[in-house]
Write a protein that binds this ligand. Structure first.
Ligand code: FE
Length: 130
C-alpha cells in the first residue's frame, strides 16, 4: 500500500457511506448504487484515493444489483484476498493503493470475457468520464 491514513483521517475525508464500505468492508444495498445503470465512457477510480480501477469498456449488466466488470484496468491496481466472513467463501477485491474494500469477485461472469465478475460497490468508485 502506498497511501496509508489513520482511521480518523478516513472518517474525515469520506462520506459516511464511503467509509462504511471502503474502511469497514460494508456492502451497499443491491439496486441502490449510483453507477448501477451508468453507461458513460470513462475510468472508474477509487473513491478514496483516485487509483484507476476499472474501465467502462469492461462494465456489463449482470442483473445482480451492483456494478460489475469483467476485469480490472490494471491487474496490479487491485489485490484479491480470501474472505470467509458471513459464512460464505468469497474473494474480496481491495484497492492496492489505499487498502480500501471495493467488493468481491465471482466466477459467474461472461464466459467470452474470461468468466470473472468483479462485483463492486458504487460508493467505492468515482467515474472519471472521458
Ligand atoms: Fe484506493
Amino acid at each position: 500500500m502506498t497511501m496509508q491514513k489513520t482511521d480518523e483521517e478516513w472518517k474525515k475525508e469520506l462520506t459516511p457511506e464511503q467509509y462504511e464500505i471502503l474502511r469497514q468492508h460494508g456492502t451497499e444495498a443491491p439496486g441502490s448504487g449510483t453507477y448501477l445503470y451508468e453507461k458513460s465512457d470513462g475510468m472508474y477510480t477509487c473513491a478514496a484515493c483516485g487509483q484507476e480501477l476499472f474501465s467502462s469498456d469492461t462494465k456489463f449488466e449482470s442483473g445482480t444489483g451492483w456494478p460489475c466488470f469483467t476485469e480490472p484496468a490494471l491487474i496490479k491496481s487491485v489485490e484479491l484476498r480470501e474472505d470467509n466472513s458471513g459464512g460464505m467463501k468469497r474473494t474480496e477485491v481491495i484497492c492496492r493503493n489505499c487498502g480500501g474494500h471495493l467488493g468481491h469477485v465471482f466466477d459467474d461472469g461472461p464466459k467470452d470475457a474470461g468468466g470473472k465478475r468483479y462485483c463492486i460497490n458504487s460508493a467505492a468508485l468515482k467515474l472519471e468520464k472521458k
